[in-house]
Write a protein that binds this ligand. Structure first.
Ligand SMILES: Cc1ncc(COP(=O)(O)O)c(C=O)c1O
Length: 453
């Protein structure tokens, strides 16, 4: 158990009362659809540093969840850059300012040359909503293809293209088409298929033909570069280039949602779409979460042609907060810290170690059906039996609960059956953190085996 500077008993009793009060106020004042982690026994976090969160009693938790606090919670270089710029000026993009152009220039250097025009916004949802507008304006088509189980944001336009949400709500709109998730573990084509990338891309081709038969036209194919809500899925090689070819020949564009996966999370590349090889480049890339290390900062990158079509409608694009000098100062500082601390290198080394440890664990515990991921974007899937791959949803929830209660380790689950335990921690996650987590998982799973649960 890891705890630091715990408070005296008397103070802890006071904190307990205060926490109960906070919980009561939260229930009364905040919409109940805004859920808490560990809803039966929520954690109150009062400060954080690096990959660690501290509760009101000084108890330390290891954060394996937050891909937002990318370079580490409350990194001093980020808070310093933010405070200095806040002290100087914070206007909007209608005034000329260095920060926005310097930042766009730095982002351009990370992307293929053709993605050279940037729109700054405040959230991943805003970025995807704008991407949808850009695609529809450029192509003059309406329909969108998305991957099954995808989530692209909380705006109405994005609920419409997020099967993960719309299946629980009003259902599928006639302009939205769902392609199978290219999951080579439990999808329609697995690793045993000679070319799963081509086979899954062909499902998109078939879908486009069906759409055309209905007299409709494709504006965009939207996909996360590594589907995360779908269960930490690695797209099979060749998939994106083939899909892009089919979508473009139908007059549509390829939108890569890098809101979770961008900014070096995969280690070997700055953008996860680059894992698909040099012959693939999306037409639009959306980014968010890690960009501002917790500050609301997001962006859309696109080509000069698509941006030109958007400009040609004659309507100004104005976003009150998007791209303001403070946001851009923070964005620049995040890029600086990533380089200074070699966080991509860390993601390669620690991610590989974590994956290797989990793979070893898989040989000891029948319940681990699959271990997958790249860099610090790793997941393992729990199954009741390896043949049928029946999702072990309850065990996954139980493991998450015990890791929090017994070891103060925060992990979460994802995937259509919530049976994929996922890791996407701050990029400063260390070798020791990886070893600790795997050791604790091993202990809990052994205990479960002993009790025959
Ligand atoms: C892949 C993906 N796209 C878009 C979004 C929406 O981002 P935001 O919550 O910043 O609006 C999310 C949020 O979880 C996401 O995971």
């Amino acid at each position: 158990m890891s705890s630091t500077q715990r408070k005296p008993e008397e103070d802890m009793a006071k904190e307990k009362l205060r926490k109960e009060e906070t919980l009561e106020m939260r229930r009364r004042l905040i919409g109940q659809s805004c859920r808490l982690f560990y809803s039966n026994e929520p954690v109150k976090i009062v400060r954080a540093r690096g990959q660690y969160l501290f509760d009101e009693n000084g108890m330390r938790y290891l954060d394996c969840i937050s891909n937002v606090h990318h370079v580490g919670h409350c990194h001093p270089s980020i808070t310093k850059a933010a405070a200095a710029q806040m002290d100087q000026l914070n206007t909007n993009t209608r005034f000329l300012h260095d920060n926005i152009v310097l930042y766009a220039d730095r982002l351009a250097a990370t992307l293929p040359e053709k993605l050279c025009v940037f729109y700054f916004v405040n959230s991943g949802s805003e970025a995807n909503d704008l991407a949808l507008r850009l695609a529809q304006q450029y192509t003059q088509h309406e329909d969108v293809i998305v991957l099954d189980h995808a989530y692209h944001g909380h705006l109405m336009s994005l609920i419409d293209i997020s099967p993960y949400k719309f299946r629980k709500l009003a259902g599928q709109k006639e302009w939205v088409h769902v392609a199978p998730l290219p999951d080579t573990y439990r999808g329609m084509y697995t690793e045993n298929h000679p070319n799963p990338g081509q086979a899954y891309a062909d499902t998109v081709k078939d879908l486009i033909e069906d759409v055309h038969k209905k007299g409709r036209k494709i504006s965009a194919f939207f996909a996360e570069s590594l589907p995360s809500v779908g269960g930490q899925i690695l797209l099979p090689q060749g998939y994106s280039a083939k899909v892009a070819e089919y979508v473009r020949s139908a007059g549509g564009v390829f939108v890569a949602d890098e809101v979770q996966t961008g900014f070096g999370r995969v280690g070997s590349h700055f953008w996860a779409f680059q894992l698909q090889g040099d012959d693939f480049c999306p037409d639009i890339v959306t980014m968010g979460k890690p960009m501002g290390n917790g500050h609301p900062l997001a962006c859309v990158a696109t080509t000069a042609e698509i941006a030109g079509a958007f400009t040609a409608n004659g309507v100004e694009y104005f976003n009150t907060f998007g791209g303001n000098p403070v946001s851009c100062a923070i964005g620049l500082a995040v890029l600086d810290v990533m380089e200074q601390e070699d966080l991509r290198g860390n993601a390669i080394r620690v991610g590989a170690h974590l994956k290797a440890l989990l793979t070893k664990l898989k040989t000891r515990h029948q319940i681990i059906g699959d271990v997958r991921g790249v860099g610090l974007f790793v997941g393992f899937e729990l199954v009741k039996d390896k043949e049928q791959k029946t999702p072990a949803t309850e065990t996954a929830a139980w493991l998450v609960k015990r890791l929090k209660e017994e070891d103060q380790i925060c992990v979460s689950t994802d995937g259509p059956w919530e049976n994929v335990v996922k890791f996407k921690p701050p990029m400063c996650f260390s070798m020791e953190d990886a070893e600790l987590v795997v050791c604790c998982i091993d202990r809990i799973l052994k205990d479960m085996d002993a009790k025959d649960l």
